[in-house]
Ligand binder design. Sequence first.
Ligand code: SAM
Length: 329
Amino acid sequence: MEGEQLLCVAARSGDLQKVKDLIASGADVTYFDGDGLTPLMHAAANGHAEIVKTLIEAGAPWNAVSPSDLSAGDLAMENGHQDAFDFLLNAGIQSELVLGTIARATSKTSSDPTATYLEDRVVFSEDRVMDSESKAVMMAWEKPLMESHARAICNKKGGNVLNIGFGMGLVDAAIQRYNPSMHTIVEAHPQVYDRMIRSGWGEKDNVKIIFGRWQDVLSELESYDGIFFDTYGEYYEDMREFHQHLPRLLKPGGVYSFFNGLCGSNAFFHVVYCQLVALELGNLGYDTQFIPLPVKDCLAEEVWEGVKRKYWQLDTYYLPVCQATSDSE
Ligand SMILES: C[S@@+](CC[C@H](N)C(=O)[O-])C[C@H]1O[C@@H](n2cnc3c(N)ncnc32)[C@H](O)[C@@H]1O
């Protein structure tokens, strides 16, 4: 047997000393065995937390996935191995924090990732808005989620509310039901904007529409009692950048929420990103609570017919509710 195969066997059986010896003699910790599993996945699936730690420290990738798209963290989670799970979660968060910092320091973040999408045609139908590559910009199955987001940011009373990204207008229709004193909507896609105007959104007394990318219209924004953020074609880094403006945009006592589609096709990566965003919002002075909402029933297989990428595959949606830490003191 090769060193790497022996490493998988030792990781599976929990032989820490053997794992250390094999690593010392040069066994490759990034190896995938015949079943498409890494030594780290074997250790995690069997709850050998010390071996998980040793392999991670030796450079095993925390985010490698098996042929059924499961990472070591998913396997630890599925099998109820809390220590291994905690270690992998921490490794994932640290790694993404470091990678983000390096990317920002070397300006490797995309400066205008929405450019292509915003210049492309979108197609509207009753239950979706699609981009030119048949990827869904917005889908009607999210309606109950959008209603919950509206409830969270309107906090029973309307107030002065900001929504970034109109899409199908689901969250905006729900916000309107709270009768906000003012409801500002920022939308950057010319066709989506055109559709908003044609469907009468520009004529509502309490609605102010700002056409443009949120990045370009920041100076037109005030401070709000409730803010919702849900764009398309942008990255985590863009939302992170938006968060840097929250201290100016969110009034004391205000509530911020965002569409939490972060890594929506893998349960463990989703947990990593929920924790990461909560940590980064925490550094800005915001507490984040995640409200679990079951979504399995909204997501029959037919929902995705004709959609290129299933952007959500988990059974539970975690709706973020963020408030200034000082509000709860
Ligand atoms: C997922 S949809 C929003 C769906 C909306 N929450 C709803 O309830 O229907 C995202 C929207 O954000 C818009 N968008 C994308 N990038 C933007 C940006 N930088 N600034 C403002 N709007 C943007 C898209 O054109 C699209 O209409």
